[in-house]
Write a protein that binds this ligand. Structure first.
Ligand SMILES: [Zn+2]
Length: 179
């Protein structure tokens, strides 16, 4: 269950790229080339650089980059999580004696619990992302994609939690009603 451990790691580890202050670049407002924010003039078109505006733009660009890399990390973790249930099912189907031994209800309960454990951090992570980055006004395609990824991961894992949470309740009710 190494995958499960990875996914449940503290959210602080989402910031893979570390502090983004060293990314002091921004897009020239005149020609759109990526240039050093501390330069006096654009080295491509020669436009004069407003330092305050340049720092602000550089900061925004770094935040957008961070938002995109956090989103892609979350997406990869979600993809690993998606592989887990089919993986368990394949494993179980190859070991029918395990189900006989443990009992079908207990196997189902265990399966639900694993899915719930693995998917539970995702809605929190996506909310955290949303609070941190959704207000960024980046017109850039990567950022718009990142927003879509976060929405999909958040709603998908919330749906999985609801589905398997209800299934678990049903199985438990059924189990206790019959003992
Ligand atoms: Zn320029």
């Amino acid at each position: 269950m190494a995958e499960e451990l990875d996914i449940n790691a503290p959210t602080e580890e989402l910031n893979f790229d570390g502090p983004s202050e060293d990314l002091d670049v921004f897009d020239c407002p005149k020609c759109g080339q990526t240039i050093d924010a501390s330069a006096d003039v654009c080295r491509f078109c020669g436009a004069k650089i407003d330092h305050a505006a340049a720092q602000k733009a550089a900061h925004l660009l770094a935040r957008v980059d961070q938002a995109c890399s956090d989103a892609s990390y979350l997406r990869n973790a979600a993809v690993i999580m998606l592989c887990l249930p089919p993986g368990i099912l394949v494993g179980l189907s190859r070991n029918p004696r395990f189900i006989q031994h443990v009992g079908f209800q207990n196997t189902l309960i265990g399966f639900c619990i694993v899915i719930l454990l693995v998917s539970s951090p995702f809605p929190l992570w996506t909310l955290r992302w949303w609070r941190k980055y959704a207000s960024l006004t980046g017109g850039d395609d990567d950022f718009q994609n990142a927003r879509k990824v976060i929405k999909a991961v958040g709603t998908g894992t919330a749906a999985a939690l609801l589905t398997f949470g209800s299934l678990l309740c049903l199985v438990l009710l059924f189990k206790f009603a019959h003992t």
